[in-house]
Design a protein around this ligand. Sequence first.
Ligand code: ADP
Length: 243
Amino acid sequence: MEEIKLIVDGKRLDGRGFEELRPIKIEAGVLNRADGSCYLEMGGNKVVAAVYGPREVHPKHLEDPSKAIIRYRYSMAPFSVEERKRPGPDRRSIEISKVSREALEPVIMKALFPRSAIDIFVEVLQADAGSRTACLNAASVALIDAGIPMKGMVTSVAIAKVDGVLVLDPMKEEDNYGEADIPFAFLIRNGKIESITLLQMDGRVTAEELKKALEMAKKGAMQIYQLQREAILKKYVREEVME
Ligand code: ADP
């Protein structure tokens, strides 16, 4: 395979520095039929999240008398990637749905809603690496928009190792040809990172690199967190003006 250089003259292929995020755009409350929703762009990713609930559980046998059940469905539109993606669930989307649900579950105050369901749907309209992180960021805003009581915000970003260096928020080429891809998600409470709720790794890094990756991801996540907050605040200001 021909070697592809991902770092040229100390810069990444899209001109970013190693610790620079892609441009991010977040809008809360974009869908009328959902209880909460969010549209989010993170570089070339375009995703939308819709939250329904707390609502009755169907099928009934899944209900839990002590708390709400959380369901998360990640799905990619057929036109979201270069070659048409076959619609419907596949191994990858089932895995992403599972780890993303687990990343959100500890943050949602489930015990307040026994025998109910909170359903989170995320749709990838355009993918450009890190779509699971973009979807988690959107889902978190949509949950807050739905008024679901949360212990904090979930914020997600990936780190990649490319040409021997760690970079924040990898785009497609860095994800495809890099040596490692490490998505993180954090619970951020009162402006502070409290815990890691998702950590995956594809490829290899040293223990030292993993520590550095964590520090870089935390810094990136704090920037994304500010934008998530702003999107929520903006929605509420908009509602007040309309009243
Ligand atoms: P993530 O999007 O969270 O980084 P992956 O690492 O599995 O998840 O995928 C990286 C990127 O590869 C995706 O964002 C997307 O651009 C591309 N990709 C994923 N699945 C497909 C597919 N079925 N066909 C074409 N491209 C895909």
